[in-house]
Design a protein around this ligand. Structure first.
Ligand code: HEC
Length: 224
C-alpha cells in the first residue's frame, strides 16, 4: 500500500516535471542565496575575496578562469574557452567534470534543475550588484581579542605550549597543532600570530601567521 507521504512525494515530482521548463526560465535569487551556502565552503561572493575557489563576484559574462588575482585555476578551466553565460553556468553546476574534464572544483554537481536555476539567478543578481553579498563570515584576524593573540610558543618533547595575550597557556600534542599562513588583507598583522580552533578548549587548533618566514622564528625550543 502506498503511504500518504509517498503519494504526496509523487505529486511533487509530477508537478516539478510539469513546471521544470518554467522553473528553469525563472530562477529565484532569494532561494539561490540559500542554495549558495554550499558554495561558500569554497567561494566568496565578495569582489577579490579568493578562498579555495575564486571569488564569484561578477562571474556572469566573465571568461572562465580569469578572476583577477586567483592563482590556482586548473589548466583545464583556463583553456576551456568558455564564457560564463547562464547556459554554461547551468551545465557547470549540473556536472562540472563533464563540462570541463580535469577541472579542480571538487564538487559533484546538482541534479535538481530548479536549484541550479535559482543559483544562476543569484549569481546574476550578485554580478549585477542587485544584492548585498555576505563576506563569508571569516573574521578579520587583525581584530581578534586577547584570548586569540599568541605571544609565545614553546616546544618541548612532543608538546607545544602557547601563551596568549590574556596570559593563558594552551597545551597541545604536536600533531594536533597546525601552522598556517594568511597573507591576505584579512590575515593577522606581521609578528602577531593568532590561535584559532574549534573552541579554544578543543584539543586541535591552528596558529595563523602573516608570513611563512615567521613560523620557526617564533617558536622557542624550551622546556618549562
Ligand atoms: C570544494 C570546493 C568548492 C565548492 C564546494 C564549490 N566550488 Fe566552485 N570552484 C572551486 C574551485 C577550486 C574552482 C576552480 C576550478 C578550476 O580551476 O578548475 C571553482 C570554480 C568555479 C567557477 C568558475 C569560476 C571562474 O572564475 O571561472 C564557478 C562559476 C563556480 N566554481 C561556481 C560554484 C558554485 C555556484 C558552487 C556552489 C553550488 C561551487 N562553485 C561550489 C571550488 C569549489
Amino acid at each position: 500500500m502506498i503511504q500518504r507521504p509517498a503519494l504526496h512525494a509523487i505529486g511533487i515530482a509530477l508537478a516539478s516535471l510539469a513546471f521544470g521548463a518554467l522553473a528553469r526560465a525563472e530562477g529565484d535569487p532569494a532561494r539561490g542565496a540559500q542554495a549558495a551556502r554550499t558554495c561558500m565552503a569554497c567561494h566568496s561572493f565578495a569582489p577579490s575575496r579568493h578562498l579555495t575557489g575564486p571569488s564569484l563576484a561578477g562571474v556572469l559574462g566573465r571568461k572562465a578562469g580569469t578572476a583577477d588575482g586567483f592563482a590556482r585555476y586548473s589548466d583545464a578551466l583556463k583553456q576551456s574557452g568558455l564564457v560564463w553565460d547562464k547556459r554554461n553556468l547551468d551545465a557547470w553546476l549540473k556536472n562540472p567534470a563533464a563540462l570541463v574534464p580535469g577541472n579542480a572544483m571538487t564538487f559533484p554537481g546538482i541534479a535538481d534543475a530548479r536549484t541550479r536555476a535559482d543559483l544562476v539567478a543569484y549569481l546574476e543578481a550578485v554580478s549585477k550588484g542587485r544584492v548585498k553579498v555576505p563576506d563569508r563570515g571569516l573574521p578579520n584576524l587583525k581584530e581578534l581579542d586577547a584570548a586569540s593573540r599568541v605571544t609565545s610558543i614553546r616546544y618541548c618533547g612532543d608538546t607545544y605550549r602557547l601563551t596568549t595575550a590574556d596570559r593563558k597557556t594552551h597545551v597541545f600534542w604536536e600533531f594536533n597543532l597546525r601552522f598556517k599562513t594568511d597573507g591576505s588583507a584579512a590575515g593577522p598583522a606581521a609578528g602577531q600570530p593568532v590561535l584559532i580552533g574549534t573552541g579554544m578548549q578543543g584539543d586541535r587548533a591552528a596558529v595563523v601567521f602573516a608570513r611563512p618566514e615567521e613560523i620557526s622564528a617564533f617558536i622557542q625550543r624550551r622546556c618549562p
